[in-house]
Each structure stands twice: as structure tokens, then as C-alpha cells.
Design a protein. Structure first.
Length: 573
């Protein structure tokens, strides 16, 4: 449910190219005020409700129907195929195949909600004296605005750069042009460097969706980690990895006392993660007023709801790519034997996926048209002919609550401490061999709670730098259900991926946590192309040559139509 104010804001934003800076500080009508009073204590002042749109825009950005969470379908981990007899929109096929175009509705939602958050920050900063904002609040708002810009920059790169003073002295019909990527990058970094130690040290605040010093440092670390990937035509600059380590070390000063790995992997994906020691930034969702996490609804077959006893809608759309499932470590090593899931020694597999014959909460077989519901290991095809309703393992990573809601009010672990450890390990590995032992230990610390065989917890730097175990290449079954299998495959593996072993670690740890697209763009093959473009998986084909247009999305057509000053990203109409 959306408030009247939210709808009016959305309409005004879209009407002005999604960049209007009209006042939105009177938030007395919004239902999210309830959450602000219950879960947010932005500062010691009594005007915390003024920040409701800053928070709610991030919730919408992440879990709107066309939200940031869905972008994992662009990657090698899972997809939403055409479900034979069920449907699903073509846009999900476009995302899997990387056939992006400016009329994909998904992109408009990301742009809208991102700029709505920026607008909310700018309005408050513009009126900071009238509102009597404290220095702490001003710093937090600047950092929150940098978070939105970081996300939009990563997705679209060539974006308008607006602060609280941008509209001053401009005519009513003024519309902004895009900043250069360097201008936007420098602005985000400058803002974060300026406020990174002025946003407060309340660790619990970040877990409840607020800004603090540690969240600001995480955003800055992401900026430094991805800098070389975002500017691929410039020479590699290792100084950014060194800067990333320095920023991460600030967070790691709280190791053991403020932040630590949760005892169990699944602790990070409970309905309420506000007390989880691993969470640096959580996005809170709430039972009545701010639901959003629809993973259970997206993944489960309608009959499969009986496993948990939730009665909310279910579409059975999502499915894990069998090539990714093959990559999980098994006894004796990864051998590509598709169905030996009983041999998997990584506990994250069972905590993330379910497959095979399904039973209800009482242990009774779930029947569908006379046959037991059975989630098969293999998907068939993205769209030729597509997948039948029972095909594909389903995700259970986020806690599924019995009753009417499924997972819709599960909080989101946007930044967590495992990411800090693996980001630092990556930077150390990229900087050379001098710090290999530290990198190995950081990776082993994350693996220790996941790998059941103690002798396999430690991986050498050579393994982490070596190729990926993912068997990349085209794989699909073009036969219909009543026909003999017709496997069309051209598999080439991942031996040519630099730091491929670490890339695998990131997949197993962060699947369905909005990381994978960025990781695939950052990691390269021996030929210099990144994995995101240069590798094929399932029905997504490899890009020949060094074309990297797909690293970013096209500017939505609706946005282009609303602002004649915008220029479309290269490679798109």
C-alpha cells in the first residue's frame, strides 16, 4: 500500500523527467512515519519524521516490483524463464540474454526511485536551517545521497548530478544535463570522504536502515573497489585497491566487538536482522506497512506454499541455473556431476536452495495434477521452449514465514561483514603476492562456517587466483516435455578467469544479494574482457571482441522523453 503523498511525489517526479526538486518535507500523511518512529532514531532532535522519504525510497528502489533485487537475473546464478503454461514477461528474458533496451519498464522504476531518494535528501539539505538540522543529520543526508548516486552511477553511469543548490536561480522549465562519469565519481567520493567520520558511530542505527560512519565507509569502499571496472579505458590504478583497504580497516576496527560473522549463515536472512552482528546496513521491512521482499512469492510453485503454510500469492517464476548448482563443492572436489547434491560439503547450498520431491509442513507429499511436486535440478531453456512449472531448484535463503506473507517482510542485508572480509581479500590478491597469507585467512574465515570438511576450509592464494570451477558456456534443452532431450551445449569452463577462485567464493556467499552483476563486471578473463560480457551461460551468449556496452543499462525512454537534454548511453537507441 502506498500513501497519497507517495503517489503524488511519484507523479511529480515522472512528470519532470524524474528529477523535480519540489518540497517533500511535510511527511505527516505517509504511513512510513510509523516505521520511522518505531525503528529509526535518526538523531537526538525531534524531526526524524522528516527523513521518511529518504528511507522509503531505498525500500522502493530495492524491492519495488521492478527493483534492484531482481538484477541478479542478468547474471550466471539464476533466472526467470518463460514458464510454459504460466507465463512471465519478456523483460526477464531480455535481462537474462542481455538484450537490453530503453523501454524495459524495470529501468524506469530504478531511475525513479533512485532520484526520489536524492530529491528527498536535497530538499532537506536545502532547508537545513529552517528545519534546524544538526551537523550529524546533514552529514547523514549527504552520505545517504551518495548511496543513491553510487547505485544509479553503477547502473546508468551517465546521470544528472544534482545537489541542494542545483535549481537555484534556474527558470521553472530548466532541466539538467548529464555529468561526465568522472564528475559523478569524484562528487560521490568527495562527499563520502568529507562525512565518513561525521555520521555517528551507532552500529545499531545502520542495522535499522540509518546512516552511520560504517555505512559511509562501506559505500566509499565500493567506489574504490569498482573504480577500475567503471573506467575500463583508463590504465589500471592499484592505488584504489589500497584506498579500499584503508577504508575497510576502519570498519574492521570493530571486529569482534561491533561487527563479526554471524554464527550461522542463515542468521543474516531472518525476518528481523536488526540484532544480527554481521549486518552493517539493513533495509527494514515491516509486517503491515512496508512489505516488499517477494522472493518466496517469486520462487515458489503455488502448491509449494504448503511446505511453509503461507497463503500469499506464488508464481513459481525463479529457477537456479544448473551450471551454478554444479559449481558447489562436493566430496572429492567439484566434478560437474549434476545430481550428486548429497555430496555437497557447503552448508550454504541447503540453506539457499530446495529441490526434489516436496512435502507439506506435516510431511505429506504435495500433489499437483496427480503427481508429487518435484523441483528438478535442470532448467530447460529461457524461452525455447521455456521451462515447465516444476523445473529448477527454488530459493529458500530468506526466511519464509508461515501465514499470509511468505518472506515479504524480511529485512534485507544490504551490507554485511562477510563482504568486508572478502573485499579486503580481493584487494590484497590484486595488489600482489606479498599479502597472500592474510588474503587466504580472510577467505577461510568466511568459509569456516560453511564448509563441513575442515581440511577444505583453507584455500591457497593460487587457488583463489586460478580459474573458476563454473562450467561456462551455452547450455539448454530445446526439447519439449514429451520429447527426448535435445541438449544444445558449447561448454568452455572458467579456467581463463583471473581470480576465478575468488569469484566462485563471492557467488556461493552472496547469491541473491545484489552483488553478482557488479562482480562479473569487475572480474576479467585472460583476453581482457570482463566475465559479464565475455562468458556465456545457460541461454545468454558471450560477446565477441571487447564490447562492454552492456556494463550499463540504457537510460529509460520515459526519462529521455521527459528531458531533451539527456543523451542515450552508447549502444542503445
Amino acid at each position: 500500500m502506498k500513501s497519497k503523498l507517495y503517489k503524488s511525489l511519484l507523479a511529480s517526479v515522472m512528470g519532470a523527467g524524474m528529477l523535480t526538486l519540489g518540497s517533500c518535507t511535510d511527511l505527516s500523511e505517509t504511513i512510513y512515519d510509523t516505521i520511522a518512529s518505531e525503528k529509526y532514531e535518526f538523531s537526538e532532535s525531534d524531526n526524524a519524521s522528516q527523513f521518511a522519504t529518504v528511507y522509503s525510497s531505498l525500500r522502493e528502489f530495492y524491492w519495488d516490483w521492478y527493483g534492484y533485487a531482481d538484477l541478479d537475473i542478468c547474471t550466471d546464478l539464476w533466472c526467470i524463464p518463460l514458464r510454459i503454461g504460466v507465463g512471465w514477461g519478456d523483460l526477464y528474458i531480455n535481462f537474462h540474454k542481455h538484450t537490453f533496451h530503453s523501454e524495459l519498464g524495470h529501468l524506469g522504476g530504478l531511475w525513479t526511485n533512485g532520484y526520489e531518494g536524492i530529491t528527498a535528501c536535497n530538499n532537506l539539505l536545502r532547508d537545513k536551517e529552517t528545519l534546524n538540522l544538526t551537523d550529524l543529520q546533514v552529514a547523514q543526508l549527504r552520505a545517504y545521497r551518495a548511496l543513491y548516486y553510487y547505485l544509479l552511477f553503477d547502473l546508468f553511469r551517465n546521470i544528472p548530478l544534482l545537489d541542494e543548490n542545483s535549481y537555484e536561480g534556474k527558470p521553472d522549465d530548466w532541466q539538467p544535463s548529464q555529468a561526465t562519469p568522472k564528475e559523478t565519481f569524484d562528487f560521490i567520493v568527495s562527499e563520502l570522504e568529507d562525512v565518513k567520520e561525521a555520521c555517528g558511530t551507532d552500529i545499531d542505527a545502520g542495522r535499522n536502515g540509518e546512516m552511520n560512519n560504517y555505512v559511509a565507509h562501506m559505500i566509499l569502499a565500493k567506489m574504490y573497489l569498482n573504480r577500475n571496472a567503471w573506467f575500463p579505458t583508463e590504465a589500471e590504478d592499484n592505488s584504489y585497491y589500497e584506498k579500499c583497504i584503508d577504508v575497510l580497516d576502519y570498519i574492521m576496527q570493530q571486529d569482534g566487538s561491533g561487527f563479526d560473522l554471524a554464527p550461522n549463515y542463515s542468521d543474516c536472512f531472518k525476518e528481523d536482522i536488526s540484532g544480527c552482528q554481521e549486518i552493517i546496513l539493513g533495509i527494514p521491512y515491516e509486517y503491515l506497512y512496508a512489505g516488499g521482499n517477494y522472493f518466496a512469492n517469486l520462487w515458489m510453485n503455488e502448491a509449494g506454499r504448503a511446505t511453509w503454510g503461507f497463503t500469499g500469492w506464488a508464481t513459481g517464476g525463479g529457477g537456479a541455473l544448473n551450471q551454478f548448482l554444479d559449481s558447489y563443492e562436493r566430496q572429492g572436489g567439484v566434478d560437474g556431476n549434476q545430481n550428486n547434491v548429497d555430496q555437497i560439503i557447503d552448508k550454504r547450498f541447503a540453506q539457499t536452495w530446495i529441490g526434489g520431491p516436496q512435502v507439506d509442513a506435516d510431511g505429506n507429499a504435495i500433489m499437483v495434477d496427480g503427481s508429487q511436486l518435484n523441483y528438478t535440478y535442470n532448467l530447460r531453456s529461457i524461452d525455447n521452449p521455456g521451462c515447465y512449472p516444476m523445473e529448477g531448484y527454488r530459493m529458500v535463503k530468506y526466511e519464509i514465514i508461515s501465514g499470509d506473507w511468505g518472506s515479504s517482510y524480511d529485512d534485507i542485508p544490504f551490507f554485511r561483514y562477510a563482504d568486508v572480509l572478502l573485499m579486503k581479500a580481493e584487494c590484497l590478491l590484486r595488489l600482489g603476492t606479498a599479502n597472500d597469507t592474510e588474503a587466504e585467512n580472510l577467505v577461510a574465515r568466511v568459509r569456516e562456517r560453511a564448509i563441513t570438511d575442515p581440511s577444505r576450509v583453507k584455500r591457497s592464494a593460487a587457488e583463489l587466483r586460478g580459474g573458476s570451477v563454473y562450467n561456462y558456456g551455452h547450455w539448454e534443452n530445446t526439447a519439449k516435455q514429451d520429447e527426448s532431450d535435445a541438449i544444445d551445449q558449447t561448454l568452455v569452463g572458467g579456467d581463463d578467469i583471473d581470480l576465478g577462485g575468488l569469484l566462485d567464493e563471492l557467488a556461493w556467499e552472496f547469491v541473491a544479494e545484489h552483488h553478482r552483476r557488479q562482480d562479473l563486471i569487475r572480474f576479467k578473463m585472460d583476453n581482457g574482457q570482463n566475465v559479464y560480457n565475455g562468458k556465456a551461460w545457460f541461454c545468454k551468449e558471450a560477446v565477441t571482441g571487447n564490447n562492454r556496452d552492456a556494463d550499463i543499462f540504457p537510460i529509460p525512454k520515459s526519462v529521455m522523453n521527459g528531458n531533451i537534454n539527456l543523451k542515450q548511453n552508447t549502444g542503445f537507441n
